[in-house]
Write a protein that binds this ligand. Structure first.
Ligand code: ADP
Length: 579
């Protein structure tokens, strides 16, 4: 890590240094060279002009002497030619052996009267020369200055730049090392803190106060860690609350993963099973009850809450199991001990049954004696007969009540065994009609069976047989038709019928009377629930008819419900499973 930052920084520095050196070399070097060259040229031009002037005016010396002296003074090679280009004198060669110089570019210009310069490599010496020529009457003079010095200067500049770059590189090396060590140390601290947070140490902080990018990363990490720490504390606290809540519950709670392993269980659950629940062990090791296991599995697979009654979780005790799916698969199951509730419920039922049973005989006796007295009491204007009639009526009502209570208690407790057999629906309907035809006629109520089964011209005969106890269904029909007569007679018409339903055959008893307002519908099947108490009592109702019908339907594996609208009559519908 450290090395990588170091090398990256060094590479960056190297590139900067190289670019600077090259730019300097290209720009400074060439500018410097140009100014030096210009200086040399100016200097040489002056000297050439002086040379020309001397050749023209100095008559005390020969041209050869002047040429030698000027060459010496200028540090350059001096040459004099006549107007035809013939070399008259030269400071370094014998003019007799030298070729005609009229074609040299600087001489070409000088011979027409201009001072000119030219730069080129000497054919004889192989080094670059700067030539400057100036005219004099009768020819031209020329000074040639070797530029090899200039090249030497250039090389020196390059050398210095190279050394400078090397020095800069050394400094860069040190700076890169220092910077990389510093940066790496800060980054390593960040990595270290991140690793601690990953291991769960949420209190770890970088604490880097600097304002650069690394400092900002450190601040961001510190803030994130703080936030995570606070959220984690909140989650832990709410988890703790939940655990306390679940542990203080009476019900046993157990969470099972989708692959059937115990994930969590509250203390009541631990107390329930002798071997205690083991986390991450198959739930079947803790609870072997097949109903419980099936419910949990069903909730897991169908993703819907399921309930069941389990009797072999603990021997001799019954539990109500409710399993609800968990969002990430698996299910949580709540086991409510029903043993005590069921015992109390049974005691209550037994008590009611016993009381009803015990009341039967005295009530029959009261009824009998009241009737006997009625028969033997003359109608002499005194109120004796009226009072006796009231006694008889109330005794009859109480007898009905005890009868209904007894029936309900027996059906509820399962004491009444229903003998179910496949029965064609039409037979159940005809049976009911038979029983009530005369009564209906007596009350002036139209009473009929709808022959169509509501399915494209199908008849009642075409409906499949249902599993039913004829006696019990007869009782259900009786209660419903009796109610229709009592409360719906004003409609003048009662109809019975049946039609196919999703899970069996649906039977219905419809009247066209006053109807029931919607707020009563959900409670209609509770015992003693009456919409209009006085009316019910008046018509001899006990408030138990629908409760009995509901329990008979439950015992058949069917269901019952009511549909009604105030002023538009009521329909009571019950469904029996097909055979
Ligand atoms: P009850 O012995 O009072 O008739 P039920 O359990 O048979 O008791 O009925 C409960 C109540 O439901 C009745 O008191 C009555 O108010 C209402 N009810 C039942 N059937 C009808 C109906 N066909 N039309 C209107 N109200 C009805």
């Amino acid at each position: 890590m450290k090395n990588r930052i170091f090398f990256k920084l060094l590479a960056a520095f190297l590139i900067v240094i190289a670019a600077t050196a090259l730019t300097l070399d290209a720009m400074l070097g060439s500018a410097w060279e140009a100014s030096l060259r210009a200086q040399i040229e100016r200097d040489l031009t002056q000297k050439t002009l002086l040379f020309a002037h001397r050749v023209e005016t100095d008559r005390t010396r020969s041209i050869t002497e002047i040429t030698a002296e000027e060459a010496q003074a200028a540090g350059a090679r001096a040459t004099v030619i006549d107007a035809s280009g013939k070399v008259l004198a030269d400071s370094e060669s014998n003019p007799a052996t030298m070729e005609n110089h009229a074609g040299r570019p600087e001489f070409v210009a000088a011979l027409v009267g201009r001072t000119a310069s030219s730069e080129r490599r000497s054919a004889t010496l192989g080094i670059p020369f700067l030539y400057v020529a100036a005219p004099y009457p009768g020819g031209a003079v020329r000074l040639a200055y070797p530029l090899s010095d200039l090249e030497a200067v250039q090389a020196q500049v390059r050398r210095r730049l190279l050394w400078g770059s090397a020095l800069a590189l050394l400094i860069a090396l040190l700076v890169a090392a220092g910077a990389s060590i510093l940066t790496a140390r800060r980054l390593e601290r960040i990595v270290d803190v991140a690793a601690r947070i990953e291991r769960g140490d949420l209190r770890a902080r970088v604490d880097d106060p600097s304002l650069d990018e690394i400092g900002r990363v450190a601040v961001a990490i510190d803030r994130t860690a703080g936030q995570v720490e606070r959220s984690f504390a909140a989650v832990r606290s709410s988890q703790h609350q939940l655990e306390t809540l679940l542990n203080s519950m009476q019900d046993a709670v157990i969470a099972v993963s989708s692959d059937g392993l115990v994930q969590w269980a509250n203390q009541p659950m631990d107390r329930l099973v002798p071997q205690r629940t083991r986390l991450n062990a198959p739930v079947v090791e803790t609870i072997r009850d097949p109903d419980f296991l099936a419910t949990v599995k069903a909730a897991t697979t169908t993703k819907q809450a399921k309930t069941a009654r389990a009797t072999s979780v603990v021997p001799g005790r019954a539990f109500d199991v409710t399993a609800a799916p968990l969002p990430d698969g698996g299910a949580v199951a709540v086991l409510r001990d029903l043993t005590e509730t069921e015992r109390v419920e049974k005691t209550r039922r037994d008590f009611i049954a016993n009381v009803s049973h015990e009341l039967r005989t005295p009530l029959t006796s009261i009824q009998g004696y009241a009737e006997t007295l009625l028969d033997s009491t003359p109608d002499n204007g005194a109120h004796t007969r009226d009072f006796l009639e009231i006694i008889r009526k109330n005794a009859a009502r109480m007898a009905r009540l005890t009868e209904d209570l007894l029936t309900l208690a027996r059906v509820e407790s399962g004491e009444t065994r229903f003998e179910t057999e496949p029965v064609p629906p039409v037979e159940l309907l005809r049976d009911a009609q038979e029983n009530f035809r005369e009564i209906a006629r007596g009350q002036g109520v139209e009473f009929e069976i709808i022959e169509s089964n509501g399915q494209g011209g199908g008849t009642l005969e075409s409906l499949p047989s249902v599993m039913a106890d004829r006696e019990a269904i007869h009782q259900v029909f009786s209660n419903l038709i009796d109610n229709a007569m009592k409360y719906g007679r004003a409609g003048g018409r009662i109809v019975l019928g049946a039609r196919p339903a999703t899970r069996g055959v649906e039977f219905y008893v419809q009247d066209f009377g006053a109807g029931i307002s919607s707020e009563h519908l959900p409670r209609l099947f509770e015992r003693f629930y009456r919409v209009d108490k006085a009316r019910s009592r008046e018509s001899g109702g006990t408030g138990l008819g629908l409760a009995i019908a509901k329990h008979i339907m439950l015992a058949h594996g069917g269901s019952i419900r009511a549909e009604s609208e105030l002023g538009h009559g009521s329909t009571f519908l019950f469904t029996l499973p097909t055979a």
